[in-house]
Design a protein around this ligand. Structure first.
Ligand code: ARG
Ligand code: CA
Ligand code: ZN
Length: 242
C-alpha cells in the first residue's frame, strides 16, 4: 500500500489501584510503538536479522490517532471476558464503537490473560480490545517480557481480522498465503531456525506479530496480513476509515 489509513483510538482506563492508573505518558508510549510497528519504523524493520523472512516484512501504513483519554476508578480489580468493563455501570462505555477503536486498560484479567479482542462481525456495543496495564506501552507499570507494546499490535491484528499464524489448529490455515505452516503457538524467544513438522517442513515465522512469542522476538506482518487488515476498512470493509 502507498496510502495511510488513519484510525481514531479511544483509551479507557478502568483503574483500581495506584499502578493501574497509568500515566498519559504510558498511553502515549503504546500509541508510539503501535504506529512504529504499523509503519515500519520499529528498530527491527531494517534488513539485518538475516532470517529468510526478512524480505516479507511489510508496512501496514495504518496510523492511530489518540483521542482524549478517559479514566474511572472502578471497584473491580480482576475482570473476566464478559465485557463488563465496557459498560457505564461497572466500567466506561465505549466512544463511537462503530468507527473508533476503543481500548480498555484494566488492572487484571483472570486466567493470566494479557489481553483479548472482539473479532470482526461481533456486536457493536462490545467492539474493541481489553488489555492489562502490565502489558500496555513501554514505560511505567509495564512488565517484561511484554514491555515493548506488542500485546496491543497482536490484538489489533485480531481486531483487523487476522488469525494466529498457526491458524488456531495444528498446521492450520491463517488465510495468508505468504506465512508458513506452523505446528502450534511458539513462546519465549525461539532460536532461529525453528522448523515446523507440517507439510514441507518450513521454517516457522516466529517473528510474526500473530505468534505468541515475547515482545522482543515479534516484529513483523507479511504483505498478505497487511492486505487482510486493510480490507477491514473502507468500502465493503467492516469498519469506517477516516
Ligand atoms: N491474547 C494473548 C494473551 O493474552 C496476547 C499475547 C501477546 N503476546 C505478546 N508477546 N505480547 O496471551
Ligand atoms: Ca495491573
Ligand atoms: Zn491472539
Amino acid at each position: 500500500p502507498t496510502d495511510t489509513i488513519f484510525m481514531y483510538v479511544q483509551v479507557n482506563i478502568c483503574y483500581n489501584n495506584g499502578p493501574s492508573n497509568i500515566t498519559d505518558a504510558q498511553v502515549i508510549s503504546q500509541i508510539g510503538s503501535l504506529n512504529a510497528d504499523y509503519n515500519g519504523t520499529n528498530p527491527e524493520f531494517i534488513p539485518d536479522d538475516l532470517t529468510i523472512y526478512n524480505p516479507l516484512k511489510a508496512k501496514a501504513l495504518i496510523k492511530c490517532i489518540l483521542l482524549p483519554i478517559k479514566r474511572r476508578l472502578v471497584t473491580t480489580s480482576s475482570w473476566t471476558t464478559a465485557n463488563l468493563m465496557k459498560t457505564a455501570a461497572s466500567g466506561i462505555a465505549p466512544t463511537r464503537p462503530d468507527s473508533v477503536l476503543n481500548i480498555w486498560v484494566v488492572n487484571n484479567l483472570s486466567g493470566g490473560l494479557l489481553a483479548y479482542t472482539q473479532l470482526p462481525g461481533g456486536p457493536v456495543a462490545t467492539e474493541g480490545i481489553v488489555i492489562i496495564d502490565e502489558a500496555f506501552g513501554t514505560i511505567g507499570s509495564v512488565v517484561a517480557p511484554f514491555n515493548k507494546g506488542r500485546t496491543l499490535i497482536h490484538e489489533m491484528g485480531h481486531w483487523l481480522n487476522l488469525k494466529h499464524i498457526w491458524g488456531d489448529a495444528p498446521c492450520g490455515n491463517d488465510f495468508c498465503g505468504d506465512t508458513p505452516l506452523h505446528n502450534t503457538a511458539n513462546y519465549g524467544v525461539p532460536i532461529y531456525p525453528h522448523y515446523s513438522t507440517c507439510t514441507g517442513t518450513p521454517i516457522e515465522m516466529t517473528q510474526n506479530f500473530m505468534d505468541l512469542v515475547d515482545d522482543v522476538a515479534m516484529y513483523m506482518f507479511t504483505p498478505n496480513q497487511v492486505s487482510r487488515m486493510r480490507a477491514t476498512f473502507g468500502p465493503g470493509g467492516f469498519r469506517e476509515a477516516y
